[in-house]
Design a binder for this molecule. Structure first.
Ligand code: BTN
Length: 237
């Protein structure tokens, strides 16, 4: 399957870059390896059916379409790529990954990822707070941006290109698979590990990440594998 190099597309305005690529996949055979960014997204979507808010021209809203076999833990692999890309722009500030795929800095969310499977394609949606100066009330205590971290504005298109490169590098390096090596790298960056966490049903200590990308908790001596949903980390969000 030839996905790379990615063809890059720029849109002024769209409902959601993920929805845009999903429509292309359903209506026509997309060119393999397509990456689209939009200056303005009017109905951005997040994980767990939430909406994703973005500021026109300030938040990077992008989606990448790749043709690949379904792979458990794929979204964690994407988080490794986006981590590598953002690292280039954060002047040595510490970044972490909050399971499954939020990139965080100073305990606040910098980036969210929404992977959606359509036929034999994966749409990788990535939202990065690049030049955002403030956030809506409901997320202002949870979100940060590269601007707020660095005190300097960045070229959003340069971040887009860096993400495309990093996604290509990681997916090629690990052959689109959440391998044992990828899992080891992920675990070192995962902020949940060793912390007290809570899901809707369980609370306990996060001890590791499974080969399927699940978060493994120890709850009063019982091992629980969390495969989806929200995991709150004590003192983070
Ligand atoms: C999350 O943290 O809940 C995931 C957020 C993903 C947002 C991005 S922005 C670009 C792409 N288009 C969407 O509608 N969502 C993703």
């Amino acid at each position: 399957m030839v996905n790379f190099p990615l063809s890059e597309v720029y849109l002024e305005s769209v409902d959601s870059t993920n929805s845009y690529l999903k429509r292309i996949i359903k209506e026509q055979e997309p060119p393999k390896g397509l990456s689209v960014m939009a200056k303005c997204q009017t109905s951005g979507r997040g994980r767990l059916g939430r909406s994703w808010l973005s500021a026109e021209g300030e938040t990077l809203c992008m989606s990448i379409c790749v043709k690949n076999k379904y792979c458990e833990g794929f979204t964690l692999l994407v988080a490794l790529a986006v981590y590598d890309a953002i690292k280039l722009f954060c002047k040595g500030k510490e970044l972490k990954i909050k399971w499954p795929n939020d990139i965080i800095a100073e305990n606040k969310k910098l980036c969210g990822i929404l992977c959606e499977r359509v036929n034999e394609y994966t749409v990788i949606g990535i939202g990065i707070n690049v030049n955002d100066k403030s956030f809506a009330e409901e997320i202002e205590n949870k979100a940060t941006s590269l601007y707020l971290l660095n005190g300097e504005k960045l070229d959003v298109k340069a971040v887009f290109k860096a993400v495309n490169n990093a996604v290509e590098n990681i997916l090629v390096k690990y052959d689109f698979t959440f391998t044992e090596n990828a899992r080891n790298v992920y675990q070192k960056l995962c902020v949940n590990i060793g912390k007290d966490v809570a899901t809707e049903k369980h609370s306990g200590k996060a001890v590791s990440v499974g080969s399927d990308g699940s978060l493994i908790l120890s709850c009063n001596g019982e091992t629980v594998s969390v495969t989806s949903g929200e995991v709150a980390v004590h003192n983070i969000y």
